[in-house]
Design a protein. Structure first.
Length: 348
């Protein structure tokens, strides 16, 4: 007989239980009360389903896992899917038993609530459990890096003085390269700006670009404003590119930390290459950015676009895993190149 059982949380009654589990186990330290309010109570896609692992003998909660609703565009049609996140078990209870029980109950949610599929970005232990239960590994995330200033890169192979001296002419070449890309693509007709606001023009852009990606998360102004504008612990900026008669052409959402810009989301449609050129140029000129990074699925179309912009592949990261019920097609879901998924499509 198992010493654990799985119970569905009442988000109001079990709020403190969930917050306490997050505080004990979450790798990133933040205000878990504020995060709960943001992610669990104000999610524009609807209320999540959270499942708690209860130790029967003591009557205490020792683990949890949550399915966050996420509207996904799949081949031009909007479907409701789920992101599996906040999956954790207290250190003294991290055995295969409670982990399997928790994931089985989460998988039931896919069937019982008619979700098209559920997906997640698990750690190594959880990935083993997921695969054992029938999840499919879609691909592995890799970090792509585009250096805008060379001193940081040179310092990996030489002392700081040499790096500082050698970087001067190299930085000049890097900057000329950015300028030449801009001129060759007619960037003078496009106005770019940095802000933290997501207006109605983002909806028009979304309607025009959604059908261009096989599988991607919905990006309305309401979702973007919630996801990035009201995040409880991260400060996001949005780079926008507009043309007077055409309105918003595209955007890039990013954070700045230690002189680097990390991209969380980007949409550009037919102008994606131009907008990325502009973003790189403006990051270097007005933000003093040393390098731009973005985590993408290896083999995805996004990765291929970044490689054409001289982004270099660095370390591999976690995997994207997916579960869909029974007869639902795995063929479309199973190819990394079909996915436009970045950090903003996770529960981070």
């Amino acid at each position: 007989m198992s010493k654990y059982k799985i119970v569905e949380a009442d988000l109001a009654a079990n709020r403190q239980d969930i917050v306490n589990l997050m505080s004990r186990n979450a790798p990133e330290k933040c205000d878990q009360e504020a995060r709960f309010e943001w992610l669990y109570r104000r999610n524009p896609n609807g209320s999540p389903k959270c499942f708690l692992v209860k130790e029967i003998e003591k009557g205490t909660y020792v683990g949890c896992g949550t399915v966050f609703p996420r509207r996904i565009v799949l081949d031009g049609k909007t479907v409701m899917a789920g992101i599996v996140g906040d999956t954790m078990v207290d250190k003294n209870h991290r055995t295969l038993g409670p982990a399997l029980m928790l994931q089985r109950r989460i998988m039931q949610e896919c069937t019982e609530n008619s979700l098209a599929f559920i997906y997640g970005v698990p750690n190594e232990f959880s990935e083993v459990v997921n695969v054992r239960l029938g999840y499919k590994v879609i691909g592995r995330f890799v970090r792509m890096v585009r250096y805008l200033r060379s001193e940081q890169l040179i310092a990996r192979f030489a002392n700081n003085l040499i790096a500082r001296v050698v970087s001067v002419p190299l930085d000049g070449l890097l900057y000329l390269g950015l300028l030449s890309w801009g001129k060759s693509r007619g960037l003078g007709n496009i106005k770019c700006d940095f802000s933290d606001h997501f207006g109605e023009d983002f909806n028009a852009l979304w309607k025009n670009t959604a059908r261009q990606e096989a599988i991607t998360g919905e990006r309305t102004d309401g979702f973007l404003g919630w996801r990035y504008g009201s995040h409880p612990s991260k400060k996001f900026e949005v780079f926008t590119a507009k043309r007077e008669k055409e309105g918003l052409l595209g955007y890039i959402v990013f954070t700045l930390e230690n002189g680097d810009a990390h991209i969380y989301d980007m949409i550009g449609g037919d102008f994606d290459s131009v907008i990325l050129d502009m973003f790189l140029q403006e990051c270097r000129k007005t933000k003093g950015v040393n390098a731009v990074t973005v985590d993408v699925l290896e083999g995805s179309r996004t990765m291929k676009k970044l490689e054409r912009k001289l982004f270099l592949k660095r370390k591999g990261g976690l995997s994207l895993v997916l579960y869909c019920d029974g007869a639902k097609s795995q063929a479309v879901y199973g190819a990394a190149e079909n996915w436009q998924i970045l950090c903003g499509d996770t529960d981070e």
